[in-house]
Design a protein around this ligand. Structure first.
Ligand SMILES: [Zn+2]
Ligand SMILES: [Zn+2]
Length: 387
């Protein structure tokens, strides 16, 4: 294969680590291609891989990756047409000229004002913004607020609806927007866990002890603490909001309130409200995936360097492999940053094959029904959300 034609060579030294099917596929690949051995770069990809990725990065992402829409839909989500007016409202200053009544506010240096506002909890920020047109203008001018309002609207909305907005600072939500790694596994995370404002990936949301939640009635009964007493500790429980919360679109039973076991147990132990035995019982209490989905929302990553927002992508090649082998869905369910996907791409033989079929992105490719639909969720309304 001539160098620079858009073809990417499979990474030879990794063969021993490949699964048997990948070895077969690899051998087939080199039989039908004019294989040229090139020096390997440090990360295992060849120098020609890097050149192709640099030249065709955007096209490779378009052809070989897709966004898992079902990850967005199975957690707390809003309908885009309902949120458009909200977005316009919270990201623009008042049309009327700000009054001079609170002019001392306007006289503070913007850096100082920004520091103060970032230390406010999310609910207070919105309350202050509603005071008058000057306050609205001051808040809207703060860059961190604008970025959160524009790109992290689902997080803001989720916090407000779940009754957690008074428990988290605007600064922390902004920090989460700039963080791209799952707090549990370190891979890219496309979701936000509302109890702690931790970014997480779909897999960890379902399995990590950090995101263990229990219906409040069950928690109260196990811990022998009434809801009223529990509510004295802000941020340990949230109010659930309507949604589907099930990948197969079977509406899940929704408790009115949920408690974060991971967050609540140390607090209650420290307050001597529960003992070690109860803490163990709470930890071992089997939770439901659906309940975890009720405590998270989609949350993109914003890069200050590139000024771009990244919702995360998954690999079509990994889905093709999953369709063929029906084995562990971990690779299929992984979400990458766009940059991270371009690192995965040279290591995924099925994605490479898809790229080859597309002739540098100029021809349509035959992709799985699952990736065309962007995941589970078959019954979608006209706005792309569950009917
Ligand atoms: Zn994770
Ligand atoms: Zn892949």
């Amino acid at each position: 294969m001539p160098i620079g034609t858009g073809q990417i060579l499979p990474p030879t030294p990794r063969l021993s680590a490949q699964r048997p099917h990948q070895v077969v596929l690899f051998l087939a690949f080199i039989c039908f291609s004019d294989f040229v051995h090139l020096p390997m770069a440090q990360n295992g990809s060849t120098s020609s891989d890097e050149a192709v990725i640099e030249k065709h990065g955007d096209e490779i992402i378009r052809v070989c990756s897709y966004h898992r829409r079902d990850f967005d839909l199975v957690v707390i989500r809003s309908r885009p047409h309902e949120m458009q007016p909200v977005l316009a409202s919270i990201t623009t200053a008042s049309k009327t000229k700000p009054q001079a009544r609170f002019s001392w506010l306007a006289s503070l240096p913007p850096e100082l004002m920004s520091m103060v506002i970032l230390q406010l909890d999310v609910r207070s920020v919105f309350r202050f913004r509603q005071v008058n047109s000057l306050a609205r203008s001051i808040i809207t001018d703060i860059r961190e607020y604008r970025l959160v309002a524009k790109h992290g609207l689902e997080g803001l909305r989720g916090l407000l609806r779940a009754g957690l907005a008074q428990c988290h600072l605007l600064r922390d939500l902004y920090r989460a927007l700039l963080e791209q790694s799952c707090a549990s596994c370190g891979l890219f995370g496309c979701l936000l866990f509302l109890f702690t404002l931790e970014r997480c990936c779909f897999s960890c949301l379902q399995s990590s002890e950090r995101y263990h939640v229990i219906a409040q009635s069950t928690f109260s009964s196990l811990a022998k603490i009434s809801r009223t007493r529990l509510s004295r500790f802000p941020g340990l429980s949230l109010r659930t909001v309507p949604g589907i919360y099930h990948m197969l679109e079977v509406p899940a039973r929704r408790p009115k309130y949920l408690v974060s076991e991971f967050k609540a147990t140390p607090v209650l132990l420290a307050s001597d409200m529960i003992g070690d035995d109860t803490a163990r019982k709470l930890k071992l209490r089997q939770g439901q995936s659906a309940h975890r989905f009720m405590a998270a929302t989609a949350f993109p990553y914003y890069s200050l360097d590139s000024a771009k927002v990244d919702h995360g992508v998954s690999c079509k090649g990994c889905q093709i492999r999953f369709d063929r082998l029906r084995d562990d869905p971990t690779d299929r369910d992984r979400c990458f940053s766009q940059e991270g996907f371009l690192t995965h791409f040279p290591e995924c033989l099925e994605a490479l094959q898809l790229w080859t079929e597309s002739r540098e992105g100029t021809c349509p490719v035959d992709e799985p029904e699952f990736t065309r639909r962007c995941g589970y969720f078959k019954l979608l309304g006209p706005d792309g959300l569950p009917a």
